[in-house]
Design a protein around this ligand. Structure first.
Ligand code: PHE
Length: 444
């Protein structure tokens, strides 16, 4: 039987979309990317690119999904029958597959930490060493990655309403509150000011084409745009909601969480004598040290890890959801089986990434570890190119009238905004992405 589910409420949709957006990108990746790429200048570029390029594309993805009420591949087929545009959906599914394969590795690290926080072995440790040991331990990383994938499958197989929406409703606000507490603690450490300056006072000389590409990739990554994940989520959204407001709520929340993550991490980095350019271990090394400085730190660290796990899971749900939705095609009875099969395949594809910090640490692909290569392929090639084609699709292929009507549904008079947005989707976004992309690979 074919039925297409719907979110039960507007808040449910925003929370689920924000749940997809807010995850490792904001909390784990943003601090270390900013840390290795000039701090404030990276943050500034990230905000500008989120507002002027990422958010317009988020609106475009919402529009495609809500208008068609279809999975990522069928949506393009329905809007542009008889053309090759459906390949854009297929590419989204393939990149999502690769994305979840390494995303789940980091999800696994969180589980490792969580296990240790229960046994109390996280207080007063040498956190740098601990992190290196954990990620190099083949059995531990693979088992934890596996558990993370199973948790993702368990929710996604039940469908969006039952699983995804309910989980997001409570976890997101709790995460936010704990972040505020942490920020206060971090800011009141002695020597914190240097970290605030690092995050907020841009040094323009640190800006290179590479920094701009990385910031663009980061903007797309945290907003979950470019691979039609948001097309899929918006397909469950009813016609009475306004997608522009939803998109700006998601983008705003996302920037806020990145800011909070930065304001928790960097003051602590400087105050406690760590290096901002520490790389992917930054959050895992610095945060336990901040908790050590708190009363009841062990307990708070445990709570934080649980919330981080949920933020990561809610993003993972959305990534698996696009794959599952595209294969299930509203034939509900297939859902459980497809969720299991695709989840397990993703796990298998991800095992080399999981091992790339230990047994496979010598394997290099274009000078990068397997994990970094997979991340680069998705974040800096798949997402920008996908976003480029999505902007061209909505800006040039779809009739302006259809686009305008869909965008204005549920609003009272936003005609002016439509013109600005339409301009950015037709010109600003495609030109910006093309220039940044070509520059970074050295073609212009
Ligand atoms: N936005 C998610 C995060 O920041 C990652 C993601 C990217 C999810 C692309 C879906 C699609 O963690």
């Amino acid at each position: 039987m074919k039925t297409h589910e719907q979110w039960t409420s507007k808040l449910g949709f925003i929370l689920a979309a924000a749940g997809s957006a807010i995850g490792l990108g904001a909390i784990w990746k943003f601090p270390y990317m900013a840390g290795t790429n000039g701090g404030a200048i990276f943050f500034l570029l990230f905000i500008l690119l989120t507002v002027f390029v990422g958010a317009p594309i988020l609106i475009a993805e919402f529009l495609i999904g809500r208008n068609t009420q279809k999975d990522a591949i069928t949506a393009y087929r329905k809007l542009a029958p008889g053309t090759k545009w459906h390949l854009l959906g297929t590419a989204g599914v393939v990149f999502s597959f690769i994305l979840l394969s390494f995303y789940s590795v980091v999800g696994g690290w969180i589980l490792s930490y969580l296990g240790r926080s229960v046994t109390g072995s996280l207080s007063n440790a040498d956190y740098g060493q601990l992190f290196t040991d954990i990620i190099a331990n083949p059995l531990e990383v693979v088992i934890c990655q596996f558990i993370f994938i199973i948790m993702t499958i368990m929710v996604v197989k039940g469908g969006v309403q039952k699983g995804i929406e309910r989980a997001s409703k409570y976890m997101m606000p709790a995460l936010f509150l704990l972040f505020v507490v942490l920020a206060i603690r971090s800011l009141t450490l002695e020597g914190a000011a240097a970290g605030v300056e690092f995050l907020l006072k841009p040094d323009f000389s640190a800006m290179t084409p590479e920094t701009i590409l990385l910031a663009l990739g980061q903007a797309f990554f945290t907003l979950s745009v470019g691979i039609s994940v948001m097309v899929t989520y918006a397909s469950y959204l009813g016609k009475s909601e306004n997608i522009v407001k939803s998109a700006f709520s998601v983008a705003g929340l996302n920037i806020l969480i990145c800011f909070l993550a930065g304001i928790v991490i960097f003051p602590a980095v400087f105050a406690l004598g760590f290096e901002p350019g520490h790389g992917p271990g930054l959050v895992f090394v610095v945060l336990p040290a901040v908790f050590n400085e708190l009363a009841f730190g062990g307990l708070f660290l445990f709570i934080f890890l649980v919330l981080l796990l949920f933020a990561t899971l809610t993003s993972a749900f959305s990534i698996l959801e696009i794959v599952v939705a595209a294969l299930v095609k509203d034939e509900k009875e297939k859902r459980v089986k497809i969720a299991w099969i695709s989840g397990i395949l993703i796990f298998l594809v991800g095992v080399p990434s999981a091992l790339s910090f230990g047994v496979f640490s010598d394997v290099q692909i274009f000078g990068k570890s397997i994990f970094d290569a997979a991340d680069f392929l998705v974040s800096n090639i798949g997402l920008p190119l996908g976003a480029l084609f999505i902007s061209l699709f909505v800006g040039y292929r779809l009739p302006r009238k259809l686009v305008k009507e869909e965008l204005l549904l549920g609003s009272n008079g936003m005609g002016f905004f439509f013109d600005i947005w339409y301009f950015s989707i037709r010109y600003v976004a495609p030109i910006a992405i093309t220039v940044v992309f070509l520059q970074s690979i050295g073609l212009i």
